[in-house]
Design a protein around this ligand. Sequence first.
Ligand code: BEZ
Ligand code: MG
Length: 453
Amino acid sequence: MLDAAGITDPVRRAEVDSLLAAEPELPAVIHALDGGYVRPAPGGDLLRTTEVLPTGRNLHGFDPFRLPSAFAMRDGARQADRLLARHAEDGKGLPRTVAMVLWGTDNLKSEGGPIAQALWLMGAEPRSDSYGRICGATLVPLERLGRPRIDVVLTVSGIFRDLLPLQTKLLAEAALLAARADEAPELNFVRAHALAFQAEHGGDIARAALRVFGNADGAYGSNVNQMVGSGVWENEDELADAYVARKGFAYGLSGTPERHDAVLSDILKNVDVTYQNLDSVELGVTTVDHYFDTLGGISRAVRRARGGTAAGVYIGDQTRGDGAVRSLAEQVALETRTRTLNPKWYEALLKHGYEGVREIDAHVTNTLGWSATTGEVSPWVYQRLAETYVLDDDMRERIASLNPKASAKIANRLIEAHDRNYWQPDDATLDALRRAGEELEDRLEGITVEMAA
Ligand code: BEZ
Ligand code: MG
């Protein structure tokens, strides 16, 4: 943790080390239940803000009227420019439309960094009232922006919608202001697309400029993760449809979600890039199933809307240094090498017994989730996962004895990846994998029968 937080000063290191070692949370809960006072403390990411320590205090997340902060606006502009530079480096010029996923927690941890990126892509910034509180959006003049306004379609998480209603409106207002701006369409892609939509479908500009989408009130997630986890889907278009059904509620200036399917499908057709930030080394895109649920889901929805042609999928990694933009294929390869296939990682996990194996199974499933939603996982990833966890006799025995159920799932998931054509192992490998899968299933069945008896 100390290394990941980049704390080098020995005195501060020792301080933070002892704060991390303390366990003040349960005593604080008991104190609160006794009717005692629990002091407030800032919330946020431990690695960015060690002031959150000691834990066991009454954390307050943020001031909604200061988000995104001035710092986030400066950093957000740099990160957004990095995405545009990477897109150009990949020989694809300037994107006209970016589909960006926004989570709540990431924005709390970074003072609204991802919101700031979205605003900068559109060429907008927050507007404040006479008390200095953020109350809406305003456009950055094109001369200052120095490039056309990029069209941005946002899908916000349920948590974002719950925590950040003001920011949800601010983003909707930014898109509407851009669509209404008296500017040449070749310098303003939001306006160009909104006018084209109006010409084809009629209606007012407020509808044509809807760019913030999310769940219905009270709903969370796209269900793509549930479908992949349970394996009950046949073709990838079903994942795209689930995403649009769950996440296709438009949030305009009223703040009340409404379906506007014609607008959404029109915008999705225009998307060149899908993009999400990664804000902490604690989590990667293969660690939890929410990344492929959100970024994977929108990527598949875009591909379906574009008649099968995928958009580029990128990750903005701001976990260290100035940040880096990676293609999803690069990100999955990096995490596979540094985590899932790294003995330092899995040996440490296996010390946690059954839970360690469950965690490995989750990484394998999440990897398949990325194949299903983006097709950006290289076949070597599955080959090496199979060799490491299933085809290696010692390892197979170790994980089977720690967690027979998760071990059988790992083998079956790799076979599923083959059945779905995400890798093509040679016959010998496939046979060995199937035999190992059956052996693990038999073992699991044996235990279940024993337990029932
Ligand atoms: C969020 O903060 O919005 C979020 C966190 C975890 C999973 C999905 C969304
Ligand atoms: Mg905890």
